[in-house]
Design a binder for this molecule. Sequence first.
Ligand code: NAI
Length: 320
Amino acid sequence: MSAPLRFDGKVVLVTGAGGGLGREYALAFGERGACVVVNDLGGDIKGGGKSSSAADKVVEEIKAKGGKAVANYDSVEDGEKLVQTALDAFGRIDILINNAGILRDRTFGRTSDLDWDLIHRVHLRGSFLVTRAAWNHMKNQKFGRIIMTSSAAGIYGNFGQGNYSAAKMGLVGLANTLAVEGRKYGIHCNTIAPTAGSRLTQTVMPPDLLESLKAEYVAPLVLWLCHEQCQETGSLFEVGAGWIGKLRWERTPGCIVRRRNQAMTPEAVQQSWDQICDFSNATKPATIQESLSTMVEVLSKVDTEKGVVPNPTSAMASAV
Ligand code: NAI
């Protein structure tokens, strides 16, 4: 058995921790010695209203088990205030779990400006604002752990969730860049796409599934990713039902459809389509440098005309 993973001396801010997944994270960190800021606006599922009772209840639960916690009732749109609560109560901020969320599902054609904006304000802009407020503190102390909460709806798309999918995939992009920028300061940023029964999923999941997919099956991944021993960064995980999997990009070897000194044509793209889309021998580029190096290689290949797949259409065009 490995030693228990403890968080003594660490200060954790969990947004939207008054219920569902966030509550579970807050309780788990509290049990393992962390000082926890339990943030929750206490509004309804669509982003209306506010109340202090959700956050207060979780703070009481943590304290009843001998843990240390304070509440914060601000919206994640007031990012600075959330981080200030951590600084005022505990003097630092080490770990940030961007978890707060709402839903405003609509088929795309019926999505209003408000449906779009509110979802983006809470999920994407909210995560940006809280993270930015914490960033320099983490940078100065050369330690930080940040979690972004994405969704399978963003990764794969889901009927009626255009606004939510876009915001959730935006968080993956933000996390990727934070991982790049944070690496030299000991700041790690990872993204999870969880599945669990909660207030948010009760409208879409049957009751037995809602009951079985417990939030406590997600929390252990979040705790591990946030531990100082964990070196993972810039990664995306799907998690639920006690299962955890990691995702990455896969790219076909592709095909050069251009020849030196000849126009590149849509017909050449059409003719090479099967090869462009053939995932046999796919590569797994992990950085923007890897992506760019492919283009540089292509330029030199086309220039020397070595290994270039003939472009039948332009060859034909030049023959006439
Ligand atoms: P939940 O509704 O139980 O918890 C979300 C919490 O965020 C609520 O307590 C709510 O009051 C709070 N909140 C909402 N807007 C806020 C704001 N502006 N500022 C501060 N707090 C705010 O939902 P659940 O399921 O626990 O969701 C947590 C996160 O996980 C969300 O980001 C959600 O999109 C994401 N997620 C959940 C999935 C699931 O299967 N439960 C699936 C995919 C993603």
